[in-house]
Design a protein around this ligand. Structure first.
Ligand code: ZN
Length: 191
């Protein structure tokens, strides 16, 4: 699935638990982290028509979709989290990362039909390649529906709890966004 879908998945997942702003961001980003290996798309597109194209995306996409990198991400999450949230954040980051892998197995078939198997035990073994025969395409209606539903949940959470993913960038922008949401959809259940 697309990084946007993964991001929203991570956000909604993080909001299922009692976390602080920083730890919420860590758990959310852990759900996007595997796609860092997709950044090779930029040099690849830029050099596509050159004499020496860099095939970094073709070569490395999905190379970080594995257990070893998941453990690295969990360790980083543990290190970055505040003292009383360390174990919780590390563990949730590990789960969040796996939600990403699960979503890719469900619906990341390429336009040419390639399934992008997930080399779960790479780089130590290539024995385990995760795929699902029912996998749908990257642009399939399922992904669009899932993304819209996650977006609606994100709005609902923002209106109700008073914060949105914007808190990762700017608290001011986040407050303005929540205020606008609450004004537009007046909060009748305000306690
Ligand atoms: Zn992915």
């Amino acid at each position: 699935m697309s990084p946007v879908t993964h991001f929203l998945t991570g956000w909604v997942f993080a909001n299922c638990f009692r976390l602080q702003r920083k730890e919420r961001a860590i758990v959310t980003l852990a759900c996007v982290a595997p796609d860092v290996d997709g950044l090779g798309i930029i040099p690849e597109l830029l050099t596509r028509n050159s004499a020496h194209p860099l095939m970094w995306f073709s070569l490395y996409h999905h190379s970080l979709h594995n257990l070893a990198f998941a453990l690295v991400v969990a360790a980083v999450a543990f290190a970055l989290a505040a003292q009383e949230y360390k174990w919780k954040t590390g563990f949730l980051a590990l789960l969040s990362f796996h939600l990403h892998l699960f979503e890719d197995v469900l619906g990341s078939r390429g336009p040419e039909g390639y399934q992008w198997p997930i080399p779960y035990l790479a780089p130590f073994s290539s024995a385990l390649q995760l795929t699902w025969h029912g996998q749908w395409g990257l642009n399939a209606w399922q992904n669009i529906t899932i993304t819209i539903v996650l977006l609606l949940i994100t709005f609902w959470l923002a209106r109700r709890r008073g914060f949105s993913p914007l808190e990762m960038v700017s608290l001011r922008a986040d407050h303005a966004f929540v205020a606008a949401l609450r004004q537009r959809f007046s909060l009748r259940t305000a306690a």
